[in-house]
Ligand binder design. Sequence first.
Ligand code: GLC
Length: 434
Amino acid sequence: MPSLVTFSPRPAMCLLKGSAGALLLGGAFLAAPQVLAEEIAIACGAGDAADYCPIAARQWAERTGHSVKVVSTPNDTTEKLSLYQQLLGSGSSDIDVLMVDIVWPGMLDNHLADLGEYLPADATHGFFPALIDNNTVDGRLLAMPWYTDAGLLYYRKDLLEKYGHEVPETWQELTATAEAIQAAEREAGNDDFWGFSFQGRAYEGLTCNALEWVASHGGGTLVDGEGKVTIDNPRAAAALDLAASWIGTISPEGALNHTEEETRGIFQSGNALFLRNWPYVWSLANGEGSAVAGKIGIAPLPHGPEGEPRATLGGWNFAVSRHSEHPALAADLVAFITSREQQKAHAIRMGMNPTIEALYQDAEVLASNPAMGELYETLRNGVPRPASVTGDAYSRVSNAFFNRTHQVLSGELDGATAVHQLDRELKRLGRRGW
Ligand code: GLC
């Protein structure tokens, strides 16, 4: 069950009685003055250490005199999507503002308000144009970009040095180095130590990992930019087979049920040499209470014998539900959270990558996280999932991909059979055009 927390800056009655002037003195972010204080419900992240959404939402409440009800949602992206689909599908006005994944605008379009109707014409100015395009469906601006991310390789600098290994450039090198150091660390008494931790649960995160394995082996992106299904090829099959060989050798069996947070836990407690994860891990793994603070490095993900490093593009946005009873106010909250000021604070406090281009030249932002500047290139070269091209079929495409991949990881299918079956499934899904 999602948890609800209501935050009002001052007692609501006092606001209801207050004059419009008093509210404006409160510093309303809203373009048009509001007279009555309203409550805006916002679906944030999981409410954990990495969730900045409630903090920003409460600041908006403080500045405007409105109140916010923060709804925590599951960490697993696929579960979060199901929750939203239930809520939005029932036409419920319970949630006004939603944090949405970069791959959702095309799927949720019927349920999201056109922010273009509520925000000033220059509201998207300065944002990465590719993200604004991603969030614009049939000319309707369905979400404002909040932060962007891409898959990265985290490694234990101290252990690579100790055992005389380089940061791996290929998946094959990663496998060999992970085997060697895992064996040595276990020999030294750390029985829980693993070579490589990644997200192998059957959910959206596995789609992200598997796309990286396949694309970095030169095996394509599942569905190409024209909507053609490309997965049935030997490089894609080899990439999946290699990943399956990690289970129970350099990666725990539990990887089959791991999402981002479980893998961060393993790495952060000192029990993995390599970790595939998103940029949010950097500041947490270097923070208080982390067993690996100061001992880690980041690098581009490895590639296959015939490919280049490819990082899946991720990121989160804020949208307004079409069923909201306060769409203008909800859009104002969206504009506030995604504003330059808030993105800067998010970057500095939590190391999250802004979606406003100029912040990559901001000295304080760059100083806050050494990875920020380096990441800019990785983000620019990131591989998008085929969400725009497959539109509202994307969740079925992704489900097919992560389910087949999961079967390969669990030893139920080999890579070649899996990509062949996937090819048939995806072609069936897209047979009338996406
Ligand atoms: C991260 C990404 C998001 C992706 C998810 C998968 O949160 O930002 O785009 O879908 O991971 O688990």
